[in-house]
Design a protein around this ligand. Structure first.
Ligand SMILES: *Cc1c(COP(=O)(O)O)cnc(C)c1O
Length: 454
């Protein structure tokens, strides 16, 4: 027998939970949506009401909720062992997954360091890059201790990942705690930081990167980038060739390239990894979100052999990477990830995305006709619809307008769960979503924007 009712759950949610990225004083005024189950593309709440999941449960779900193959892979592993540490011991699923990740990621990445979230995957990459230069060639490069980060970037919420972030609203208050980075502008064409008009903007942004590198490379350890799409910034899509250019510049100026594929990895942009679009191998690559198909917390930081070998030495040389989280390489999470990748391959998920991506692209076209839609950005199955107060002047909605939130609450009434990023309405459908389901996501979103922005 259940010792709770839906009313009690709602009450206890308000009473006991501090929700992330949420103004609780306002949250508790609304009735919370308490999810109890999932089924394919749907979330089902405690009252049995069904909602399309338009945000892939925060950008993680790949094959849908309650997917039989993923469930059974987890059960199978549970019946063997739930956790055993990677500190000094090895376990079966973490080995198999590491081998698989090396096979499917860009050539040259061949060492896997596990952790549990996108933020930790980024922290690890930053620390590896730092220590790498300290140890390479007997410390000849030990002045390389800073990072180049991008305007509008988001790499997670821990102090290191916030330090390389560029979102004022989330990051400003912590400024005194953060290490100082060299910033380069985001290739945000709609509000071009360089004041340029399309189409010259893309390579001008890369030019800004080159200027910074030429000046400061002797003190720069690494540049961190969200390849192709700056997700949390509101789906800022980089112009073609930008990533490849950044790779070339990093190589030329002896700077490690960290690709944060936490959001874009595992098919999201139409290829398994975003770096593949431009034939780029980063020196370090961060994976999380979609890695377990949206089932369990797991992350991986991949490194090249060149980076890894700077950490080799005798015990007494102390070149060890002294970093590790308690649940690193958790066998159940690794089993889920293995099953996720197996399904992506067996069900030819990547090959099937083309049709869905074009459908989304076509469907988004009519949004530009709405009076308050300023810009529409899309790469693969990730899209952002930027709402503006005045289309002509691009005057943004004010924070206090809370326009994104109003739109998603309207969508929720109509059976769609989405989540905004400020004034940008994000669509992040599951890769497994059918065309009719995608159509419904677009339809509800369109009418919600039309109704709220009038
Ligand atoms: C979500 C995200 C992160 C942080 O991942 P968490 O698992 O939330 O810590 C880092 N980088 C990018 C690009 C992300 O989208």
């Amino acid at each position: 027998m259940k010792n709770y009712t839906s009313e009690l759950l709602e009450q206890w949610d308000r009473e006991y939970i501090w929700h992330p990225f949420t103004q609780m004083q306002e949250y508790i005024k609304d009735s919370p949506l308490v999810v109890e189950r999932g089924e394919g593309s749907y979330l089902i709440d405690i009252e049995g009401k069904r909602y399309l999941d338009g945000v892939s449960s925060l950008w993680v779900t790949v094959h849908g909720h309650n997917k039989k193959d993923l469930n059974s892979a987890i059960e199978e592993q549970l019946n063997k062992i739930a956790h055993s540490t990677l500190l000094g011991l090895a376990n079966v699923p973490s080995i198999l997954l590491a081998k698989k990740l090396v096979e499917i990621t860009p050539p040259g990445l061949n060492k896997v360091f596990y952790s549990d979230s996108g933020s930790t995957a980024v922290e690890i990459a930053l620390k590896i890059a730092f220590q790498y230069w300290k140890q390479k060639d007997g410390g000849a490069f030990s002045k390389k201790i800073r990072y180049i980060s991008m305007g509008e970037a988001y790499h997670g919420d821990t102090i290191g990942s916030v330090s390389v972030g560029g979102m004022e609203m989330f990051h400003d208050i912590f400024r005194p705690l953060l290490f100082d980075c060299v910033h380069v502008p985001a290739p945000y064409c709609y509000r071009c930081p360089l004041g340029l008009a399309k189409p010259s903007c893309g390579m001008a942004c890369a030019q800004a990167v080159e200027e910074v590198m030429a000046k400061s490379h002797h003190e720069i350890a690494a540049m961190i980038i969200e390849p192709l799409v700056q997700g949390a910034a509101g789906m800022i899509v980089a112009p073609e060739g930008y990533l490849r250019r950044v790779r070339e510049l990093c190589s030329r100026y002896n700077i490690l390239l960290i690709a944060d594929e936490v959001a874009v990895g595992f098919g999201r942009t139409g290829k398994m990894f975003a770096c593949e679009h431009e034939g780029v191998t980063p020196d370090l690559m961060c994976l999380a979100k979609g890695i377990t198909g949206g089932y369990l917390p797991l992350a991986a930081t991949l490194a090249t052999y060149e980076v890894y070998q700077a950490f080799l030495g005798t015990h007494s040389e102390c070149k060890t990477f002294f970093h590790g989280h308690t649940y690193t390489g958790n066998p159940v999470a690794c089993s889920a990830a293995l099953a996720n990748i197996k399904l992506i391959e067996e069900e030819r998920i990547i090959g099937g995305l083309g049709e869905k991506i074009s459908f989304l692209e076509q469907g988004l076209k009519r949004f530009i006709g709405l009076a308050h839609v300023g810009d529409i950005r899309q790469k693969g199955l990730m899209a952002g619809i930027e709402l503006v107060k005045n289309k002509g002047t691009k005057e943004p909605y004010l924070w206090e307008d809370n326009i994104g939130h109003k739109v998603i609450m309207e969508a929720r009434k109509n059976g769609l769960v989405i989540r905004p990023l400020g004034n940008v309405i994000v669509l992040m459908p599951l890769l497994s979503m059918s065309i009719p389901e995608l159509d419904r996501v677009l339809d509800i979103t369109y009418h919600s924007i039309a109704k709220i922005t009038g």
